[in-house]
Design a binder for this molecule. Structure first.
Ligand code: TXA
Ligand code: MG
Length: 323
């Protein structure tokens, strides 16, 4: 496995060629790093599941470079989904749409729908565009972490998570720390009204403003039969340290809160974001730092309000869930 720290045009060409050959390329997106594979190559996708240790039924998101390619993967696209795509792509949003025959069961977990995203990170977009220029149709990319663990937001974090499982010809592209820091908003667009399956930086408020309707944040029972999402499990995104969302730290415990909160006596401060956006950006690195420091307990003061705080609180609740 090689780590490419200077993503020049030549490096992007090589990485795209590696994907075409069936090798894996971990790459930065604005949300988190993804472990990329040719979405039409069953063997490459099988390796992604194996390397992540991910159960086979959990579908992967297909990443494309432009709206022009959407029709290859998705059909019967509702008008509201087109509006969302125009408003928020490229960006931190995944749409679940009815699939075409191109989206095989090994991508969709056997479901009749497929998750599609156009990321905005320049390295991701350049890679996807080059992959398509070399004949590729889409890059499947789950977050580049082992199943149930914290998503990586730096190339170093990808290396720590996956290096031992990657092969000689696989690559990790280093595009710096991710700006958003939590995974994309997933919106179910298979029914007559959209609903949010996983909150992210494209917020409920932004979606409602764009569409002029109110939408659901919670997955309903009838929908949960249709769409399965690993991020919907109650326990996920968890470091080794135990996460507490209430109570106070004692000496030697970790502490994460907005900068305006004073560190309790004896606690080890591991993040002091100034805004909720920065909170999202640093959260997963703070979890990793807790593990590097060998902390057993981390006390977190969750952010309040709507917007991105909803996504942060969703991840915090899952990371704190008793396994
Ligand atoms: O920000 C992101 O979305 C990142 C970057 C790399 O793009 N990717 C990511 O992928 O978070 P992953 O696989 O770690 O999480 C995607 C979630 C999973 O919970 C998966 O089950 C769900 O999306 N998902 C994917 N395709 C789906 C589908 N067709 N129906 C329902 N859920 C789907
Ligand atoms: Mg993930």
């Amino acid at each position: 496995m090689s780590i490419i720290s200077n993503c020049t045009a030549t490096a992007i060409k090589d990485a795209a060629a590696a994907l075409v050959k069936g090798d894996l390329v971990a790459f930065p997106t604005e949300t988190v790093y993804g472990l990329g594979a040719d979405a039409t190559n069953e063997d490459a996708i099988a390796r992604v599941y194996k390397i992540k240790g991910r159960p086979l039924g959990h579908p992967l998101i297909v990443h494309i470079s432009s709206l022009g390619n959407l029709g290859k993967w998705a059909r019967d696209i509702p008008e509201y989904a087109v509006k969302l795509a125009r408003a928020f792509w490229p960006g931190p949003m995944t749409l679940i749409l009815r699939r075409t025959d191109l989206a095989k069961n090994f991508i969709t977990g056997g479901q009749d729908n497929v998750g599609i995203r156009i990321p905005s990170h320049t390295v991701a977009l350049a890679l996807l565009k080059e992959f398509e220029d070399q004949g590729g149709l889409g890059v499947a990319a789950p977050s580049a972490n082992r199943f149930g663990a914290v998503s990586p937001t730096t190339a170093t974090a990808v290396e720590i998570e996956l290096a031992e499982f990657l092969s000689k010809n696989d690559q990790i592209l280093d595009g710096g720390p991710c700006l958003v820091g939590v995974e994309s908003t997933i919106i179910n667009c298979t029914l007559n009204k959209p609903s949010i399956l996983r909150p992210g930086a494209v917020t409920k408020e932004m979606i409602e403003d764009t569409l002029g309707i109110t939408i659901e944040l919670k997955i309903s029972n009838s929908e949960s039969i249709q769409v399965k999402a690993a991020g919907l499990l109650e326990s996920h995104y968890a470091p080794n340290a135990k996460i507490f969302l209430t109570g106070s730290p004692t000496i030697g415990d970790g502490f994460i809160a907005l900068d305006s909160f004073v560190t309790p006596n004896g606690a080890i401060r591991i993040a002091s974001p100034k805004t909720n956006e920065e909170y999202a950006q640093v959260l997963y690195e703070a979890f990793r730092l807790a593990d590097i420091k060998g902390l057993r307990k981390v006390f977190v003061v969750p952010p309040t309000g709507g917007g991105i705080a909803v996504a942060i609180n969703d991840r915090l609740a899952k990371s704190a869930f008793e396994k």
